[in-house]
Design a protein around this ligand. Structure first.
Ligand code: PGA
Length: 259
């Protein structure tokens, strides 16, 4: 099962996950990170800033989960721009080693396969950061996505477009299509780290961790993966049936085990 770590707040969650990423990069200077956008991973990136001083990140590679389709890569809300601004520049990563799916309309029908090939050529993703949508999506795999899916074009749900409207002038400006790593792609990463904060994510977290494994809640795909760490604050943990057990597991976690 997923290891569920319940922490008091987002900064402590960010610190825990950042420590794990630093450990990974020290062990494996050519580590391949799976990067997520949205508000959720920001405390991780924030915590990494100070921790990466003096760590050689010149060979670290990265693959973003998803991108909007038809958006100019230079648009401030393209995930290429977001990853550059929030991750690559502040952490001093090498821009050429950090990829996002190519959401430009020209050649879009081949962009998914090319992204899969690039991930494979890099040797696969070592640690994949994940947020979860209020509708249970991971990446932009909306309800109904196949657990075997690869990187491909999807249509965003109205709920996701409304959730993301805060980044745009209005909901009408949120693109309708996206290109996202598939659930099958995500499940091939060696370690999944799913973060969620706030009451609004409590149902999605409970469904992903404890609900039936169903394409209707794509986050439940994590139950099929052998190495998953779910890091949540108290509010996002509030609907977890086995919360006391997860706290007990964390309190008694053997030191040697790592995340
Ligand atoms: P959020 O989005 O981090 O902005 O809440 C999560 C997601 O949609 O996966």
């Amino acid at each position: 099962m997923a290891e569920v770590v319940i922490l008091p707040d987002a900064p402590s969650a960010g610190a825990l996950v950042a420590d794990e990423i630093v450990r990974l990069i020290r062990d494996r200077p050519h580590a391949v990170l799976g990067l997520a956008t949205g508000s959720t991973p920001l405390p991780v990136y924030e915590a990494l800033r100070s921790r990466l001083h003096g760590v050689d990140v010149s060979r670290v590679r990265g693959f973003a989960l998803d991108e909007y389709v038809g958006i100019d890569p230079a648009h401030p809300q393209s995930y290429r721009s977001v990853i550059t601004r929030e991750v690559v520049e502040p952490l001093g990563l090498v821009p050429a080693l950090i990829r996002t799916p190519d959401g430009r309309l020209e050649g879009i029908q081949h962009a998914g396969d090319q992204y899969e090939d690039a991930i494979e050529a890099a040797g696969g993703i070592d640690l994949q950061l994940l947020g979860i949508g209020t509708d249970g999506h991971i990446g932009f795999n909306e309800p109904g996505s196949s657990f075997a899916s690869r990187t491909r074009v999807k249509t965003l749900t109205g709920q996701t477009r409304a959730d993301n409207a805060r980044f745009f002038a209005s909901v009408d400006e949120v693109p309708v299509h996206c290109i996202t790593q598939g659930l099958g792609t995500i499940l091939r990463a060696r370690h999944l780290v799913l973060l969620a904060f706030g009451e609004g994510k409590a149902d999605a977290v409970a469904g992903a961790v404890e609900g039936p494994v169903t394409a209707s809640l794509p986050g439940s795909a994590i139950q099929l993966h052998p190495h998953v760490t779910v890091v949540v604050d108290e509010a996002a943990a509030s609907r977890l049936h086995y919360a006391e057990y997860y706290r007990d597991v964390w309190r008694n976690k053997p030191e040697w085990q790592g995340l």
